[in-house]
Design a binder for this molecule. Structure first.
Ligand code: NAD
Ligand code: UDX
Length: 480
C-alpha cells in the first residue's frame, strides 16, 4: 500500500489530497500541517476552506484512507511519497523583496524531510516555486541524506479556487517533471500511476524538472495577461462607446484566441497571479532579461491601474466627493464560490474609498467579518516600493460595517459597488433596493453582473466596467 504524506493543508494540499484519497482507495494519504487550527478544522464538520463539493469528498474518505494530523515528522518518516504544498509568498524584505518567492517554508520542510527520513522517498514539489528550486531542494536532501535515495519531482497544481474539485476530478492536464535519469523516470512512473487511476493517460504530461517548474509560472502569467488585456480594452471601450462584452465575444470567437478568461473586471485577485508574475519578473531580471521582465511586469501595472480607475470613477461620478456617503460593497472575496480574500481587489477598492472618507457597508456570503477587518487594517504592501507599506488610518476603519445581507448593506446607501460576481447578486430585487437608497442612487458594477438597462429603467445611475457610459456619467470629469 502506497503511503502519501502532504506537508501543508491549505487551499491546494487539502483538496488535492482529498481527491487523491477519493480516487485511489488503495493509497493512504495523510495531510500534515503546523497549524493546529487548520488541522482541527479539517477533522471537524466545518472545514477550514469553502470549496463547492469538498465536504462530500472529505466525508467519504476521512478516517478510511484520508487523515489530517499535526504530527508532521512521524507521517513524513513513514511516507513513500511526500508532497510539499506549503505557502511560497512574495518576499517582503531582503534580497529580491517585492518580487522573489519566499522559500523559507519550503526549505524548512526539505530540511525536516532530510532529518527524519529513514527510507527512500519521492519528494514532490506541489507548491509553485521558482525554476531550479528542485536543484536547491536536491542539494539539501542529498547533503543530509545518510545514503537515502530521494527523487525530486515537480508536479505543479493548476486548480482554480471555487472550482477546485471539478478541476481535480477532470484536469485539463497533469504535469510531472523529473530527472532524465533511470531513477528520475521510475519516480515519474510511480506518480503517473497514481493520477492514471482517474486521469486519461494522454492528459498526463511528463517533462524535465525545469520545464515543469517554468510551465506553472508561464500558465499563470498567460492567464493573467488575458485579464489585463481585456481590462485595458475596457478603459478604451468606456472612452469610445464600445461595449467590452461585445468585444470579448467577438474576439473570443476566433478559435486562436478562445472565449474563456476574457471577462473584464475590477482587476484580478487571488494568491497566485500577482505573486507568480512577480516571481517570473525576478527570474527574468536575475537572468539579465530586463525587456522580458518589463513585459510581464506591465500585467500587474494594468491590474493596479484598473483598481485605481474604478475608485476614481466612483468618486468623480458622485460629484467628486464621497465624504460621509454610505457605499454598499457587495462581495469581498477575490472571486465567487470561495471565502478566500488573498489579494482580492476589494481590499484596494475599499481602502481607496475609505481614503476619500466614505462609509462602507460590506456584505460577502462567505467572508467572515473578522477577516474583512483584518484585511483592511493590515499595512498594504507596495510591490513596487517594498520598503513603503501603507497603513490605513484607524479612524477610517471605524467607517466600516460588515453586514449579513445585500439588502442590509444597501439600505440608505448612496451607492453600490459590486466587487465579486456571486450568483445571488444577479437575482437581487433591485426595485426594492432602489426604494430604500438615497437618491441619486448609483450602481458601480466591477464584475458586469447586473442588467444595466433594467437598472437604468428603475432609476439607478449605472456604471459597469467597459460598458457605454451612463449619460449622467459622461459629463463627470474622471481623472483616470
Ligand atoms: P496556504 O497558505 O493555504 O497553505 C499552506 C499551508 O502550509 C498552511 O496551512 C501552512 O500552515 C502550512 N505550512 C507552512 N509551512 C509548513 C511546515 N513547515 N510544515 C507543515 N505545514 C506547513 O497556501 P495554498 O494556497 O494552499 O498554496 C500552497 C502552494 O500552492 C503555493 O506555492 C501556491 O502558490 C500554490 N498554488 C496555489 C493555488 C491556489 O489556488 N491557492 C493553486 C495552485 C498552486
Ligand atoms: C488561478 C489559475 O486559474 C489556476 O490555474 C492556478 O492554479 C491558480 O491561480 P485562481 O486564482 O484560484 O486560479 O482563480 P482564477 O479563476 O484564475 O481567477 C483569478 C482572478 O482573475 C479572480 O480575481 C477572477 O475574478 C479574475 N478573473 C478571471 C477575471 O477578472 N476575468 C476573467 O475572465 C477570469
Amino acid at each position: 500500500m502506497v503511503k502519501i504524506c502532504c506537508i501543508g493543508g491549505g487551499y491546494v494540499g487539502g483538496p488535492t489530497m482529498a481527491v487523491i484519497a477519493y480516487k485511489c482507495p488503495s493509497v493512504v494519504v495523510t495531510v500534515v500541517d503546523i497549524s493546529v487550527q487548520r488541522i482541527t478544522a479539517w477533522n471537524s464538520d466545518k472545514l477550514p476552506i469553502y470549496e463547492p463539493g469538498l465536504d462530500d469528498v472529505v466525508k467519504q474518505c476521512r478516517g478510511k484512507n484520508l487523515f489530517f494530523s499535526t504530527e508532521v515528522e512521524k507521517h513524513v518518516a513513514e511516507a513513500d511519497i511526500v508532497f510539499v504544498s506549503v505557502n511560497t509568498p512574495t518576499k517582503t524584505q531582503g534580497l529580491g523583496a517585492g518580487k522573489a518567492a519566499d522559500l523559507t517554508y519550503w526549505e524548512s520542510s526539505a530540511r525536516m524531510i532530510a532529518d527524519v527520513s529513514k527510507s527512500s522517498k519521492i519528494v514532490v514539489e506541489k507548491s509553485t516555486v521558482p525554476v531550479k528550486t528542485a536543484e536547491a531542494i536536491e542539494k539539501i536532501l542529498t547533503h543530509n541524506s545518510k545514503g537515502i535515495d530521494f527523487q525530486i519531482l515537480s508536479n505543479p497544481e493548476f486548480l482554480a479556487e471555487g472550482t477546485a474539485i471539478n478541476d481535480l476530478f477532470m484536469p485539463d492536464r497533469v504535469l510531472i517533471g523529473g530527472r532524465e535519469t533511470p531513477g528520475g523516470q521510475r519516480a515519474i512512473k510511480v506518480l503517473k500511476d497514481i493520477y492514471a487511476q482517474w486521469v486519461p493517460e494522454e492528459r498526463i504530461i511528463c517533462t524535465n524538472l525545469w520545464s515543469a517548474e517554468l510551465s506553472k509560472l508561464a500558465a499563470n502569467a498567460f492567464l493573467a495577461q488575458r485579464i489585463s488585456s481585456i481590462n485595458a480594452m475596457s478603459a478604451l471601450c468606456e472612452a469610445t462607446g464600445a461595449d467590452v462584452s461585445q468585444v470579448s465575444h467577438a474576439i473570443g470567437k476566433d478559435s486562436r484566441i478562445g472565449a474563456k478568461f476574457l471577462n473584464a473586471s475590477v482587476g484580478f485577485g487571488g494568491s497566485c497571479f500577482q505573486k507568480d508574475i512577480l516571481n517570473l519578473v525576478y527570474i527574468c531580471e536575475c537572468n539579465g532579461l530586463s525587456e522580458v521582465a518589463n513585459y510581464w511586469k506591465q500585467i500587474i501595472e494594468v491590474n493596479d491601474y484598473q483598481k485605481r480607475r474604478f475608485v476614481n470613477r466612483i468618486v468623480s461620478s458622485m460629484f467628486n466627493t464621497i465624504s460621509g456617503k454610505r457605499i454598499a460593497i457587495l462581495g469581498f472575496s477575490f472571486k465567487k464560490d470561495t471565502g478566500d480574500t488573498r489579494e482580492t481587489p476589494a481590499i484596494d477598492v475599499c481602502r481607496g474609498l475609505l481614503g476619500d472618507q466614505a462609509q462602507l457597508n460590506i456584505y460577502d456570503p462567505q467572508v467572515p467579518e473578522q477577516q474583512i477587518h483584518k484585511d483592511l487594517s493590515m499595512p498594504k504592501y507596495n510591490w513596487n516600493y517594498p520598503v513603503h507599506s501603507v497603513s490605513m488610518c484607524p479612524d477610517d476603519l471605524k467607517q466600516v460595517r460588515v453586514v449579513s445581507s445585500a439588502y442590509e448593506a444597501t439600505k440608505d446607501a448612496h451607492g453600490i459597488c459590486i466587487l465579486t460576481e456571486w450568483d445571488e447578486f444577479k437575482s437581487l430585487n433591485f426595485q426594492k433596493i432602489y426604494d430604500n437608497m438615497q437618491k441619486p442612487a448609483y450602481v458601480f458594477d466591477g464584475r458586469n453582473v447586473v442588467d444595466v438597462e433594467k437598472l437604468r429603467r428603475i432609476g439607478f445611475v449605472v456604471y459597469s466596467i467597459g460598458k457605454p457610459l451612463d449619460p449622467w456619467l459622461k459629463d463627470m470629469p474622471a481623472v483616470m
